[in-house]
Design a protein around this ligand. Structure first.
Ligand code: GDP
Ligand code: MN
Length: 397
């Protein structure tokens, strides 16, 4: 589950990490009272308005803007709230901005130039450790740094049993080129950031930029956080932070009926049991010249009700021109699945009129094939994997 910047910053602040402070706003009417509140807390004179959407690169798309007075702030908020924001990380259609975060300006002038760093923590499945990734080249273009000057990105593995050790925090602050007060502040920042990551059961905490202010404070200006869905039962308070407006409506519906569904861009709907077979099926479709429209694992009990629910989900995508059903009957009996498919097709009437290629292997596969071959609908059987893919390509053409 992805969080908004302001929610990620809430977790950071809870753990004592310094953040660029702010207030969330969804209605331009309240802008003056909210700004007033923020001025009282921070004493800031300038404000930054930041679109809250689940995508990065907001600065580049015009979703992060500075306002140098209350009057200007009102204008900037009404520009950004309700805008359709297109960034390098959204689709071409962009995303509607329903909320903004008004923050204090933390790039104020002073004795030193503000400096931007990049710091993220994520799970490294290869080393079975947490990994801190960091760079002195923070700011808006970390992807370009990774591509052109990868030597400027550093990695530090953290043993999950030991946690972050003081020498590791010092090493990171040193590699970022810091000294004096900023060095000490950075070691505290990293230690508390790691604590936030671990105690929230997150998969990712990405802070870009981490700012060194002109008076040598270190703070999080941005926060991209991905929580581990499997840990949400331990964090009931985070569950209510889910922003359904940011999620794919079909995927939400799939979750409600207990199907593992991921929306993709292609035109071949897939209905498969088991995640591994589902991936292999998508590969085969691609190799044969098609494009999968989705990943869908129906799980072990592919009965008529579930099959129908799966068909209904797949058909919400108007790009789908054919469906490939690929089921291995281990515990589930193929003849039951075949009957389920025929019943579902029958129940759905006009809603479904695209060809369906069905490959059923395993228990009672022959009976299943007979059921498919004898039915009056546009449902066709295939025995071999490649044959199924070829029939799909035929159906598309
Ligand atoms: P992103 O573009 O979605 O990653 O959004 P960020 O929160 O990282 O903000 C984008 C950029 O806005 C930062 O890299 C900064 O350069 C700028 N920015 C953020 N906060 C401030 C601020 O308080 N003052 C000024 N002047 N610029 C800011
Ligand atoms: Mn950022």
């Amino acid at each position: 589950m992805n969080l908004h910047e302001y929610q990620g910053k809430n977790i950071l602040a809870e753990h004592g990490v310094n953040i660029q402070r702010g207030r969330v706003l969804s209605d331009v009417k309240n802008v003056l009272s909210v700004a007033d509140d923020l001025v009282k807390e921070t004493g800031t004179g300038w404000f930054v308005v930041k679109a809250q959407i689940h995508a990065g690169g907001r600065g580049k798309g015009g979703g992060v803007k500075l306002a140098k007075s209350l009057q200007e702030l009102k204008g900037v908020v009404s520009d950004i709230l309700g805008m359709n924001l297109i960034t390098p990380q959204t689709s071409k259609k962009g995303k509607l901005v329903n909320k903004v975060l008004i923050t204090e300006d933390v790039y104020y002038p002073g004795e030193f130039e503000p400096e931007e760093f990049y710091i993220s923590i994520l799970l490294n499945r290869n080393t079975e450790k947490n990994m801190i990734m960091y760079s002195s080249e923070g700011g808006m273009d970390i992807e370009a740094v990774a591509e052109k000057t990868p030597e400027l990105i550093f990695y530090e593995d953290i043993d999950p049993l030991l946690g972050i050790l003081p020498f590791q925090a010092r090493k990171i602050a040193f590699n970022l080129g810091l000294s004096g007060k900023a060095f000490i502040e950075m070691t505290k920042f990293i230690t508390l950031l790691y604590k936030s990551y671990v105690s929230s059961d997150s998969l990712l905490f990405e802070i870009n930029p981490v700012l060194k202010t002109s008076d040598n404070k270190i703070l999080a200006v941005d926060a991209k956080v991905t929580l581990d869905d499997n840990s949400l039962f331990r964090h009931k308070d985070y569950e209510s932070w889910r922003d359904l407006k940011e999620e794919n409506p079909v995927e939400i519906e799939a979750k409600e009926v207990g199907l593992n569904y991921v929306d993709l861009d292609g035109n071949v709907g897939c209905m498969v049991n088991g995640a591994g077979l589902a991936m292999a099926t998508m590969d085969l479709i691609k190799q044969s010249g098609g494009e999968p429209a989705n990943f869908l694992d129906v799980g072990g009990t592919a009965d008529a009700k579930r099959v129908e629910a799966a068909f209904r989900l797949i058909l919400k995508d108007s790009n789908v021109k054919a469906i490939l059903v690929n089921i291995f009957g281990g515990i589930v009996r193929c003849d039951r699945v075949a009957q389920g498919i025929v019943d579902a097709y029958n129940n759905m009437g006009d809603l479904i009129n695209i060809p369906i290629i069905v490959r059923l292997q395993g228990t009672n596969a022959e009976i299943a094939k007979q059921i498919i071959d004898q039915c009056e609908f546009k449902v066709y059987s295939a025995v071999e994997f490649q044959e199924a893919a070829d029939k799909i390509m035929e159906a598309l053409n």
